[in-house]
Design a binder for this molecule. Sequence first.
Ligand code: GLN
Length: 304
Amino acid sequence: MSNFQNILDEISGNLNTLKDRGTVASYIPELGKIDASKFGIHLIDIHKNHYTTGDSDELFSIQSISKVLTLSQAFSLIGDRLWERVDVEPSGDPFNHLSLLEMENGIPRNPLINAGAIVVCDVLVSQFKNAKEEFLSYVQEIANDPTISYDEKVAASEQQTGFRNYAAANLLKSYGNLENNVEEVLDFYFHQCSLQLSCKQLASLFYMFINRGQCQRNNTFLNIGQVKRINALMLSCGFYDEAGEFAFKVGLPGKSGVGGGIVAVLPNQFCVATWSPGLNVKGNSKLGMLALEQLTTRTDLSIF
Ligand code: GLN
C-alpha cells in the first residue's frame, strides 16, 4: 500500500494540532523529564518498505513494551511449561494491581501485567548466568542493531521508586512462584523496562510478529504457533484495563508502555510503532491510540 506515507503525514498533521496530549508519567521520576510535544510514527510493511513521520528516530524508554520481548525469549526457551506459572487471561485491572494475584494464589493473570512479566524475568534469570546481557543480545540480534542499550538512569530511577513491583515480587515469592531472589529479578525487570529504542527500531523488532517469527533477515526466533499465542496475548492483554477499548477502536494486537510508546501488528501486512509521551488515565499514550485508530480506519486494515 503505497499511500501509507500520505496517511501517516495526514494523521500526524491532524494530531499535532491537539492541545490535550495527556500527562507524562512521573511515578518513575526520570520519565517525567521527557518533552510532551514529541510525536513519531514508523510503519514497516511485510515487504520491508518503511514509512515514517515526526520524531521516529528519537530514542525513548519502551517500558512495558519490553514485556513482549522477554516473553518471546522465555517462551522460545521453555515452551508451554511457561503457562504453569503464568495464566493467559485478561486482567481487566491496571498493570500494577495486585489483588487478583493474591486471590489466585500467586499465578499472575497474564505475562503482560507487571506481576506476570516479573515471573517471566525469573524464568530468564534461572536460564542464564547473566539475564540482562543475554536479553540485550537477543534484542540486538532480532533488530540486527548492536547499538541498542539500556538506559541506566531510568533503570535506577525505577529501582528507587518501584515499591509496587517490590510488593509484586515479594508476593510471588511468598506463593513459591519466584525461584530467584527478589533483588536480582527486579534488577533485570527494571533494566528490560529501561530499554531505549526509536519508533523505527521498535517497528523493526516487531517485524517478526507479522512475519511468522522471522526477523527482517529471515532468521527464525519463534515458531508460528508461538507467534500466534503472543499476538493473541497482545490483543487480549496488551493494554491492561483498556485492552477492550484498543481492540474496539484500533482492532490490532499491540502493546503500550508508560514511556509513551505503542507498537501494533497486523500479521502478514504491517507493524507500526508510535511515540507520544503524554498518557491517558489508563497509562496508554493518548496520541498514539488516536493515531492508530485513524490508521486502521483510513486504511480499512485491521484483524477484524
Ligand atoms: N516499568 C513500569 C512499571 O513497572 C512499566 C509499566 C508500563 O509501562 N505500563 O511500572
